[in-house]
Design a protein around this ligand. Structure first.
Ligand code: BG6
Length: 469
């Protein structure tokens, strides 16, 4: 639709930016923090670990002052479960509570709205050793952790996100470091874990509504509209099927309290339906999210499966579709350009995804990640000319405004990332931030903060409420 009269961004629009604990904080074993699965994983050769990251744990005041200077209305960050409960359960680590109390208070002192992800890939290693999400005890551990978060921070945090990208942990666990390599029957076990995460999420949603009646809570999957490679009906079917497996499974459950039927048939075909205990479906039906948060990087394009191994893309990750013989085949979209890291760039797909989510679920939408990973260059005089990032974000914000004009109830936009951090699977050189952190993959240098060109650009976008892009 071409709009003659574009709607403005709402007055209280949450212009924000995002990070996650293990990617930005560092201090991986300080002040009583326990190890998480991310701390214990092997890192791909040539990429940094997460031990120091951007050293935000020690520099959060300086960072928040910069966020305030940029004009952020909201900051989306995650709480490291292992700072609160070093072993996942048991004794609370007071120093962990203190850190996030200070962080939240610092944000509020600048009128920046905290948006908190409760769990962003970093499951406590102690729980992993007892089976992780395959073990139903992890559901109880998460519920207990959620109760603690609501008790200590619920008086000030109004926006909660349950689990970051549950769908990517199931579909691309090996790329993001959450897949246990010792699993005997990975697919069967993964969908059992998925069921347990749904339950944990439902319990957290109910608890939040009970303990923090003024707060809002929602899931935070990675959602990408799936295009068919052509108008061939077989391609369209493949796209529908993949979309159910990749997207709708993860939203039909929290919103409608049921398994998406195509995704369920897929699990039946693969012999990996989860065991559902008595009472589970009642819990799942009872929890209703207040909004949908989602991460968007690019759309995905699939064709009919050729039923052979060429269906499987060996370099698949969160945004590069792997494909599955007998179900769908990931293909490149010839209309789209790619980032330096091979991810397709599709701003119009962003509008399409927003409209589709709005049509299917009719809930407020909050974008919790969107951004461009690139090799930025620090030039003389502490300058980073990241015009490509500005271009990327500008085009996406234009499409967000078009989606609002289409009638989508979009309440906020939090690009990835507020500040440079360690990429989930491609080290520190893949930078996303508005603020440059002076370190390399292995040389920590002085970690000083430098405002990129995109910092000043985004500041102006926020100051004009998205009018001047
Ligand atoms: C999302 C994650 O999958 O994508 C982030 O929620 C991640 O943690 C982001 O950093 C970008 O992916 P990557 O692998 O480029 O860091």
């Amino acid at each position: 639709m071409v709009h003659q009269n574009m709607k403005p961004f709402p007055k209280d629009f949450l212009w924000g930016a995002s990070t996650s604990a293990y990617q930005v904080e560092g201090a991986w074993n300080e002040d009583g923090k326990g190890p998480s699965v991310i701390d214990m994983k092997k890192h791909p050769e040539g990429t940094s670990d997460f031990k120091v990251a951007s050293d935000h744990y020690h520099r959060y005041k300086e960072d928040i002052a910069l966020f305030a200077e940029m004009g952020l209305k909201a900051y989306r960050f995650s709480i490291a479960w292992t700072r609160i409960y070093p072993n996942g359960t048991g004794e609370i680590n007071q120093k962990g509570i203190d850190f996030y109390n200070n962080l939240i208070n610092e944000l509020l002192s600048y009128n920046i709205e905290p948006i908190v992800t409760m769990y962003h890939f970093d499951l406590p290693y102690a729980l992993q050793q007892k089976g992780g999400w395959s073990n139903r005890e992890t559901i109880d551990a998460f519920e207990n952790y959620a109760r603690t978060l609501f008790k200590y921070f619920g008086d000030r945090v109004k926006y909660w996100l349950t689990i970051n990208e549950q769908n990517m942990m199931i579909l691309h666990g090996s790329a993001i470091g959450t897949l246990d390599p010792n699993m005997k029957n990975p697919q069967k076990e993964l969908y059992q874990q998925n069921h347990h995460m749904f339950l944990a999420q439902a319990k957290a949603i109910n608890l939040c509504h009970e303990m923090c009646p003024n707060a809002k809570i929602g899931p935070a999957p990675n959602i990408a509209y799936v295009y068919p490679a052509s108008s061939k009906p077989e391609d369209i079917l493949a796209a529908q099927n993949f979309s159910s497996i990749r997207n709708w499974l993860y939203l039909d459950m929290p919103v409608f309290g049921r398994y998406n039927s195509v995704a369920w048939s897929y699990m039946e075909e693969k012999g990996c339906t989860p065991t559902i205990q008595e009472g589970d479906m009642e819990i799942l039906e009872s929890a209703k999210p207040d909004f949908i948060a989602f991460n968007y990087y690019a759309t995905s394009t699939v064709a009919e499966s050729k039923n052979n191994t060429s269906d499987k893309n060996p370099i698949g990750d969160q945004q590069i579709t792997i494909g599955e013989p007998g179900f769908y085949r990931g293909v490149a979209n010839p209309y789209l350009e790619k980032t330096q890291f091979g991810w397709e760039i599709d701003p119009i797909g962003f509008r399409i995804t927003l409209c589709e989510l709005n049509d299917r679920y009719n809930l407020p939408l909050l974008v919790t990640e969107n951004g461009l990973g690139a090799y930025d260059k620090l030039e003389e005089g502490d300058v980073v000319n990241d015009d490509y990032r500005i271009e990327f974000l500008r085009k996406h914000i234009e499409q967000a405004r078009l989606a609002i004009s289409d009638g989508v109830n979009l309440i906020g936009y939090c690009p990835w990332s507020a500040i440079d951090l360690v990429s989930t699977h491609q080290g520190f050189s893949k930078r996303y931030g508005f603020i440059y952190v002076n370190r390399d993959e292995f040389d920590l240098k002085d970690l000083r903060r430098i405002k990129k060109k995109s910092f000043y650009w985004y500041k102006n976008v926020i100051a004009t409420n998205g009018e001047r892009l």
